[in-house]
Structures are given as C-alpha cells and as structure tokens.
Ligand binder design. Structure first.
Ligand code: GCU
Length: 718
C-alpha cells in the first residue's frame, strides 16, 4: 500500500472535499441533496425508507431509478424498492386492479392519461402515501411531484393532490442546426451530437428527458425553424429514432421542423406546390417512413414564407393549403402540424405588427383539425415587453400553440439575470375579450375558451452543451418556469421561483428572502434599462445583443427608427386609429383602451402612440424625464441585485455563488451601456438635459455608436 506523506494527504483530502462540494449546475433542480431540516428529515426517514412500485415497463424502470437516486439522496440513506405491496410508506401504482384494492378507483377514473393523485391512506394500520395514475407516464409525473415536495420540505400529513395538465402539447423548440450551432443559443453548442448518433447515447440525453419529465414537458422539436431538409433523409432519421427511443420512457415525443421545399431539395421533384399530387404523395411516403421508425413521432413545426423560408406562397397558395397538405399525411398516425404565424414578407408593410393577423385571420376556418397555428406572445418578436398578440383573440376555430422564447435573444443573452415567469404570466393573464370579460390568453391556449381538443405551449429552448445547460445558472429557472406554466398556467411566478430556488440552491429562508424578490423584479429591471414605456426592437443589428437605436441600414422594419419614430416632437410608434391602426386588431374593450393616450397603460404607451417629449405622465414627470427615470432606475436596480447577492455568499455553493456574482457584474456594466446609449441617442431629438441629480454619461454618443463586436454568440459568422 502506498503511504501518503501527511501534508500531501491533507491536500488530497482538501481537494476531494472541495470537489464533492462544488456544484457545477449539471444536476439542475434535481440535485437530491440531503434534507436540510433535521426534524423533517427524521419524519421522512421513518415514512419513506421502503417503497413499493408496481409495473414493469421502461417508464416504471425510470420511476424506480428516480426514486432510487432521488429519495436515497434526499434521505441520505439507501431506500428499498420492492414491486409487491406489503407495508411500505410510499406506494406508486398505475394498474387499475390495484386501484380497486386500494379503494381509489373512483378518484383515478377522473384522471386523464397524464394525471395523477398523491394521497394519504391508512393501510394495514400504517399511514401510507400513494401516488396513483392511470398510465405509467402519469405515475412518473406524480413521482417527480412527490420528490419535489420532499425537496422543498413540505409536510405530507393529510395530503390530497389531484393533478392533470391544462394543455395537451407542452414542447421545447430547439433552434439547433445540424452543424451543432444553435440559432440564438448562448449556452454552447447543440446537445444533439449528430456525429456520434445513433450508436452513442450520451447520458445527457437521458438527463435532459428526466429534467423535462420532472416539469411535465412532453415533446421536443429537435431542429431549427430555419430548417434543413437533410434531417428528413434516412441518414438522419436513424439518429432521430435513437433520440426518440431514449426519450420514450420519459413521455417525451420527438418532433421535427419541415422545410417546405424538401420535396425539391431531397426528393428530386421540380416543385413543392402543396396542391400538386406528386408533392403530397412525396410527403405522405416520407411521413410513413418516419412513422415506421418512430411510431409515436409527434409531427412537424413549420416556418414558411417568413424571413426567406420557402412556403406555399411561393406557388400562389396560402398557409392553410400548405398546412393541410402536411397535416393530412400525419393525421392517421396521430401527429400534429404546428404552423407558425411569425410571418413577414419581403414587401415591407405599413406596420409589421399587423401582418400575422392580416394573413391568418381570414384563414381561421380553413385549417384541418390536427393543426395548431403557433403564435409568438407578442406581434413583433420576443421583446422584453410586448402587448399580447392580437391573434389570440382573433382565431376561434383554430387551436393556437403559444410560442414563448426561453432563450434570451433580446434580453441580454445568457449574461443577464432575467426571470421570465412574470413575462409569460403577463401575456397568459391578458384578457382578449374574445368571448367577453375573462377570455384570457391562458384560456385561449389551453383550449377551454373555444373547446379545442388539442392545446399547447412551446418554448424556444435556452439549452446547450455548457456543463450547466443554460449558461447563466438562473437561465435554468426559465426552462423550469416554462415547463411548470405549460402544465398549469395558473401557477404564480412567486410559487415557481420559490420551488426552483429551494430545489436548485437551498431551503434556507434567509436566502429565499433575499433572492426571491430579486428574481421576481428582474424582468421589470431589464425592461427599464433596455426598452421602457413600450419602446421595442432597439437592439443592435442582427445579433441583438446590446443597444442599437441608431441602426438604420437594411430593410426598414429591421431598423430601430422604424420602431421608435423619434423626432423633434416626440417618441413612439403611432398604432392608434390616427396611425397604423393596429389597435383595431383587438376586441373593442382592448382596442379602445390602447387607442387613447389617456387610457393606454404607460408600459405600452410608446408601442401605441407617438407622444410629445413634454407630455405629462402619471408621475407628473414629462415623457423625457420619465424616460430618464426609468433608465436610471433600471441600471440602479442591477447594482442593488449585486448588493443583495453578496448577502447570500455563505449560504450556497461557492462555485455557483461566484458564477452569478461575476455575471451580475457584467449585467451592471451592460445596463449602464444601455442606459447611456439610449438616453444620449434620444437626447438628440428631445434636446433636453438628463436631470442633474443623475450621474451623467461619461462617454459620448459617438463612442457608443462606434463600438464594434465580432462573433457574438447565437448567429453564424461575422
Ligand atoms: C427572430 C430571430 C430569428 C428567428 C426568428 C423566428 O427573428 O431573430 O433568429 O429565426 O425570430 O422566430 O423564426
């Protein structure tokens, strides 16, 4: 045996403990570290050290695995798992014969295919926690819910939970290219390693599926909406099948993006006209081929006739013609088509915000049943704040799939801490008035307002092959929040933040008291230092990182002045009835409110109105002074986040503390960059001073305008 010299031995020991302690974020919110509260730990240990799990499918193996690593980690003790029920403290059951003997048939009957119960019952004299469902997937979701309760230190006495998702399709959209670059991705390269697939199944694929199942996500579109037809060739389909097989036990279906011109590019046809019989036959045979390999393939997401992508309009057809042709071929396999409403053509319209409504509203009755129109939360493009998209109120016969962006294309990339649940909730809670008061966007997209049988929410993923998946440790919270809201859009931002923080960092109340408000305010803070009062699309050209109010080259609706309309009179885009009249796309209750400068909520003022610089705001300040106030408050709030974060230094893992600390310093620097650039730029038009109680910019506008950046992540080249 080799004997270590004492000093060396101490060094090794130190290194080993620091390795054990450091948390690199890979485990996400599924860390399963020992329960911190010792009283609860004792309770859980006496209740849960033996578990019975019935069934023997691949999903049941996944449940067993999760209980094994989850509960053993949380209880810091090996947990026994048996498949026959005797007298265990925790039962996980799926089959209906067991429901009968446990006397819970009535309750489980009510559950849909993905729902579950978590209840307490006395069995053989022992208080038993039962997770029950109709399907194995329901039991998997219930298992993750059970583990979340332990992770967040909840008490189980008299527990009575009945859960079913509000939407049928809860999907991540990966904008991942086949060369592993990720469009608008800030966390490294794509996690899909196409080169080593199908033979090499990276553990990451399994952990990705686990993470998604833990928050109820049940589908993933693997490829970029700016699609490459190669994904539909046998060479790639075999790789897609390998991923589908790896994800299946976790209830995660795969979907692909369909390039509309694929019949020409890889099929050898001379046209992709959706009404041409040979084109329809090509897609049918391609789709049959996919289903012969992946029987539960989810379907297609399509970006057509937008930003240069091919589509039915190239052949004089409309969106419904294109979508219907594809949907017919997937329908008998149970698949869906998600046809995106993010369209704008090469002829610049009077107002880009109006285009999707203008193109899709007339087609409302024309789409087949298994088609979603997928609509971004706002009519422009994932801005820090947008009013809800008018299409949510306008389509009655067509199910709408919500599209949120989890990746922070317009929100500082992966270096800014911006918790997005408040942004998602703001849209979901907006009232469209489509069927009178209370017709919220949430009720539109969950299908309840218009009685649709399919319903859904998609989130453009912020995931890459960075060790911690999302670049910024707090980026994980946005993936988590998206999943939780797709499952139940009535959850509050507060509850989701609380769960995530406890699971990801600690249950220490002192930590939560500091960090929870910081998270909850972070979106408003970003709006303030980027685009307050309804300003939008002021980001630098192409990469969208940092300010660019001066960007004035290229097609008009890709420039900033198109959106801010600053002049000597004032600021803002007149979309009222005296301007582009985009307000008319909303129901009267909404449109009247937005149409008047007096009743328009100030957070949307410059979205809908061109407002004079000296206009008196509700605060009593002039528009110009209010703008200054917002920009300075935003930048100051980031400094405050830094001070607050410093308070939790000793409460969490050092590596994660330091990562966030450094990123907050970048955010603080960039918030000042935003503030100074925007105010100096608009000052040219307002011709008014920045009030002298504020620290004055120490650089000139020219300095900011001349900053050059190369290879900003998320786009190819430059
Ligand atoms: C934005 C984004 C593009 C993306 C497009 C889309 O314009 O900048 O990268 O392709 O949205 O949603 O299709």
């Amino acid at each position: 045996m080799i004997k270590l010299k004492p000093i060396f031995a101490i060094a090794v020991l130190f290194f080993a403990t620091s390795l054990v302690k450091a948390d690199d974020g890979y485990r996400l919110w599924l860390r399963y570290v020992p329960v911190e509260d010792s009283k609860l730990m004792n309770e859980y240990r006496s209740q849960f050290t033996s578990v019975a799990i019935s069934g023997n499918s691949e999903t049941v193996s996944a449940i067993k695995n999760e209980i094994k690593i989850g509960l053993s980690g949380l209880l810091d003790k090996e947990v026994e798992i048996s498949s026959t029920f005797k007298n265990q403290g925790l039962l996980i059951v799926t089959s209906s014969s067991e429901h009968k003997s446990l006397g819970i048939s009535e309750e489980t009957e009510r559950l849909g295919n993905e729902g579950y119960l978590i209840i307490e019952k006395k069995i053989n004299g022992k208080n038993t926690i039962i997770v029950a469902s109709k399907t194995d997937i329901g039991a998997l979701y219930g298992t993750f819910h059970f583990l979340r309760l332990v992770q967040t230190q909840q008490s189980f006495g008299k527990i009575n939970i009945e859960e079913s998702p509000k939407t049928t399709h809860r999907l991540l959209n990966h904008w991942d290219n086949l060369d592993r670059t990720v469009e608008r991705g800030y966390a490294g390269f794509s996690i899909w390693d196409w080169h080593t697939l199908p033979d090499y199944i990276d553990q990451r694929y399994i952990d990705y599926a686990r993470a998604n199942a833990s928050i109820g996500i049940n589908g993933t579109v693997l490829t970029n909406v700016n699609a490459n037809a190669l994904i539909l060739t046998p060479e790639y389909l075999i790789k897609v099948k390998a991923l589908a097989d790896a994800f299946r036990p976790y209830g995660l279906k795969v979907y692909l993006t369909a390039r509309f011109s694929a019949p020409v590019e890889i099929g050898g046809l001379t046209t992709a006209d959706p009404l041409d019989a040979s084109v329809a036959a090509w897609w049918k045979s391609k789709i049959d081929e996919i289903y012969s390999m992946i029987p539960d393939f989810g379907g297609f997401l399509v970006k057509a006739n937008s930003e240069g992508q091919p589509g039915p309009q190239n052949y004089g057809r409309n969106h419904a013609d294109g979508a219907n042709m594809l949907s017919t071929a997937v329908a008998h396999h149970g698949g869906v088509v998600m046809w995106r409403a993010f369209v704008y053509d090469n002829n610049v319209p009077d107002d880009r915000a109006k285009q999707a409504y203008n193109e899709f509203k007339p087609l409302d009755k024309r789409f087949n049943e298994n088609i979603f129109v997928q609509v971004k939360n706002g009519a422009i493009d994932f801005q820090p704040r947008e009013p809800f998209h008018p299409l949510f109120g306008a389509l009655e016969h067509t199910p709408i799939m919500m599209e949120f962006q989890i990746t922070q294309e317009y929100l500082g990339c992966a270096t800014h801490l911006v918790y997005l649940a408040p942004l998602f909730k703001e849209c979901l809670e907006s009232d469209t008035y489509a069927k009178g008061k209370g017709s919220t966007v949430g009720k539109v997209i969950d299908g309840s307002l218009h009685n649709h049988t399919i319903s859904g929410m998609a989130g453009v993923a912020n995931i890459g092959n960075d060790r911690n998946w999302t670049g910024h440790p707090f980026g994980q919270a946005n993936w988590f929040a998206f999943g939780r809201l797709a499952w139940n859009h009535n959850l509050s931002s507060e509850q989701i933040a609380d769960e995530w923080l406890r699971m990801t960092f600690t249950n220490n109340e002192k930590f939560l008291k500091v960090v929870e408000p910081m998270m909850l305010n972070s979106r408003e803070t970003a709006v303030n230092y980027m685009t307050p009062l309804g300003l939008h699309h002021q980001m630098a050209r192409n990469h969208h990182w940092g300010p660019g109010p001066w960007v004035n080259v290229g097609r008009p609706d890709w420039t900033s002045p198109y959106y801010h309309r600053a002049d000597s009179v004032g600021l803002g885009f007149n979309r009222s009835s005296t301007g582009s009249n985009a307000v008319a796309q909303y129901f009267p209750e909404v449109s009247d409110k937005f149409n008047s400068v007096k009743t328009c909520p100030e957070e949307f003022l410059l979205w809908f109105h061109h407002v004079p610089w000296n206009y008196s705001m509700k605060s009593g300040r002039s528009l110009w002074n209010e703008l200054c106030y917002n920009y300075y408050s935003g930048a100051d709030a980031v400094t405050q986040m830094q001070t607050n974060w410093q308070k939790v230094e000793k409460m969490i893992d050092n590596e994660q503390f330091n990562q966030v600390k450094q990123l907050l310093a970048i955010q603080a620097k960039e918030a000042v960059w935003w503030r100074n650039s925007m105010l100096l730029y608009f000052q040219q038009f307002s011709k008014q001073p920045i009030p002298n109680n504020y620290e004055q910019p120490d650089k000139t506008l020219e300095y900011y305008e001349n900053l050059k950046f190369h290879f900003v992540p998320g786009i190819k080249g430059e």
